[in-house]
Design a protein around this ligand. Structure first.
Ligand SMILES: [Zn+2]
Length: 156
């Protein structure tokens, strides 16, 4: 089974796997590097890492339009139910996989990492290739770093 990961810019990701489409942190409207419009996406699930505006983004509108199940922590799921009347929520601990910082990569030892959440604004300017070299070195080349440009996909 192929899993395709598409980075839409900032922390917004689409993952297609097993005939499902999962959308992560869909901050698209107002995101200067977004490569897709919210209306072009029809996820079955929307996963939100935390409650900051650059992560919740267009999730309320997309959830309302598609009826997608919202998966996040208890507080964000409750906020969707009460503020947006969205009944399809599933609160859970979604754990690692969103904050691919250097220490965490060592801790969870993933096979593949894709850096996101950088170069959206001047404040977030980073050299992903330099970071990739550090991850490869620290993991003794056990972790593959895939540096995408917004709009690009990678198949696992
Ligand atoms: Zn953020």
């Amino acid at each position: 089974m192929t899993t395709q990961v598409t980075w839409y810019g900032h922390a917004a990701l689409g993952i297609e796997t097993g005939g499902k489409f999962l959308l992560f942190d869909p901050y698209l409207t107002g995101n200067p590097v977004a490569t897709v419009k919210p209306d072009a996406l029809n996820p079955g699930y929307i996963l939100i890492s935390h409650g900051h505006g650059d992560h919740v983004g267009d999730a309320p509108d997309i959830a309302k339009r598609t009826g997608a199940m919202l998966i996040s922590n208890f507080e964000i799921c409750s906020w969707f139910e009460t503020k947006h009347g969205h009944g399809s929520v599933h609160a859970q601990h979604i754990g690692g996989g969103f904050n691919y910082d250097f220490g965490r990569v060592k801790l969870i030892g993933p096979r593949v990492v894709i850096p996101i959440h950088y170069n959206t604004f001047d404040l977030l300017t980073q050299d992903a290739h330099e970071w990739a070299r550090r991850v490869s070195s620290a993991s003794q080349d056990k972790t593959q770093v895939v540096v995408l440009s917004p709009g690009q996909s990678f198949s696992l």
